[in-house]
Design a protein around this ligand. Structure first.
Ligand SMILES: Cc1cc2nc3c(=O)[nH]c(=O)nc-3n(C[C@H](O)[C@H](O)[C@H](O)COP(=O)(O)OP(=O)(O)OC[C@H]3O[C@@H](n4cnc5c(N)ncnc54)[C@H](O)[C@@H]3O)c2cc1C
Length: 320
């Protein structure tokens, strides 16, 4: 019977924490032993949620070294725990911190690392999407245990199993040599309304909006729709029109709303991989040949600066 671990993020409102619950939900269907590791302040509290989502044991350390210093202490701690407990695979949420930790752990254990997995078939087989999400491939992981797999957000839907984890407090020796990259500042982007990952409707804008000030057209529309949020392409994030927190795609967020409204977005593969699983996709683009229309359930060929205000007026009228 395989022993699968999930490396859990401990900040409850972070994407990494939510992805941890999603991975636990998916992994508990595989049978065998499912355990989690939670490191840093908040780990004991997080362990409760991990237990509710299927972890039988959670190895916990509340040591602040794991939040004060980047990646190296966590990789060192994981290497010690791996030597002691010998898991067959460790699944990580696909976050910046976890990518760094998994890579460093691989260097210590000589394990195979797989990134961007969309499904775990067993402790040594996972699936992922390639060619901009157009093909799904099954990957067989070879080499030493534990296999290390980074799993994308939204690969599974989190649902509690009602279980309770046995919390195992661990003491790990984290030496000064791991304290080289110190987290000096944490910046939280202020946001109103639901987060992109949780929104049921996303109104997303691209370069076709022509000017940053035209994002207000999307905000006005979104303000009328309950549980909605505004997203963006990398082109406009890189241009400094909107913050990175709004970016959807390969190097941004992965979203799965009920409705995704793509406004002035061409439909580059790097954008599509982050939103293609939306239930319904509506595209507004003045170019009838834009690739986004191949994916759209409903396409409107027209000038976004004219279509969006009309749509907003129509929503206002219908809402009375
Ligand atoms: C390694 C890598 C990672 C990347 N990661 C991401 C990522 O995470 N997310 C992401 O989004 N991109 C990402 N990109 C960039 C991606 O390749 C595209 O460049 C980007 O998605 C294009 O953004 P866009 O659709 O806003 O702009 P464009 O491709 O320039 O498209 C603008 C669209 O607006 C339309 N348009 C113009 N005027 C109007 C108008 N008045 N009304 C209606 N439509 C109009 C045009 O017809 C066009 O289709 C990445 C690229 C690389 C190389």
């Amino acid at each position: 019977m395989a022993k699968i671990w999930v490396f859990g993020e401990t900040t409850p409102d972070s994407t990494g924490f939510k992805t941890t619950l999603e991975i636990l939900t998916g992994a508990r269907e595989l049978g065998g032993t499912l355990e989690a590791v939670a490191l840093g302040p908040g780990a004991a509290e997080a362990a409760k949620a991990f237990g509710e989502h299927g972890a039988q044991n959670v190895y916990v350390s509340e040591d602040a070294v794991f939040s004060d210093f980047i990646a190296e202490p966590a990789a060192a701690a994981l290497a010690q725990l791996v030597a002691e407990h010998q898991p067959n695979a460790i699944l990580f949420p696909f976050t910046y911190d976890a990518r760094d930790i998994a890579a460093r752990l691989a260097a210590k254990t000589g394990s195979t690392v797989m990134s961007n997995a969309t499904q775990i078939a067993d402790e040594k087989t996972a699936r992922t999407q390639i060619f901009g999400g157009t093909q799904v491939v099954t990957v067989s992981l070879e080499g030493n245990d534990p296999k290390l797999v980074l799993v994308r957000p939204k690969a599974y839907e989190a649902s509690p199993s009602g279980g309770t984890a046995n919390v195992v407090t661990v003491t790990v020796n984290v030496g000064d040599e791991t304290k080289r990259a110190k987290r000096v500042q944490k910046h939280e982007v202020e946001a109103t309304g639901p987060k992109l990952e949780d929104a049921q409707v996303i109104v997303s804008g691209g370069r076709g909006l022509q000017d940053p000030s035209n994002f207000k057209l999307l905000e006005e529309l979104a303000a009328l729709i309950p549980h909605s949020a505004v997203g963006a392409t990398r082109a406009v994030v890189d241009a400094g029109w909107v913050p990175y927190a709004m970016q959807i795609g390969q190097t941004g967020k992965t979203v799965k709303p009920k409705v995704y409204i793509a406004v002035g977005i061409s439909g580059a593969t790097q954008h599509i991989v982050g939103m293609k699983s939306s239930d319904r996709i509506i595209a507004i683009n003045k170019d009838s040949e834009a690739p986004i229309f191949q994916l759209a359930d409903l396409g409107v060929v027209g000038d976004a600066l004219k279509v969006v205000p009309k749509l907003t007026d129509e929503v206002k009228t219908r809402k009375g």
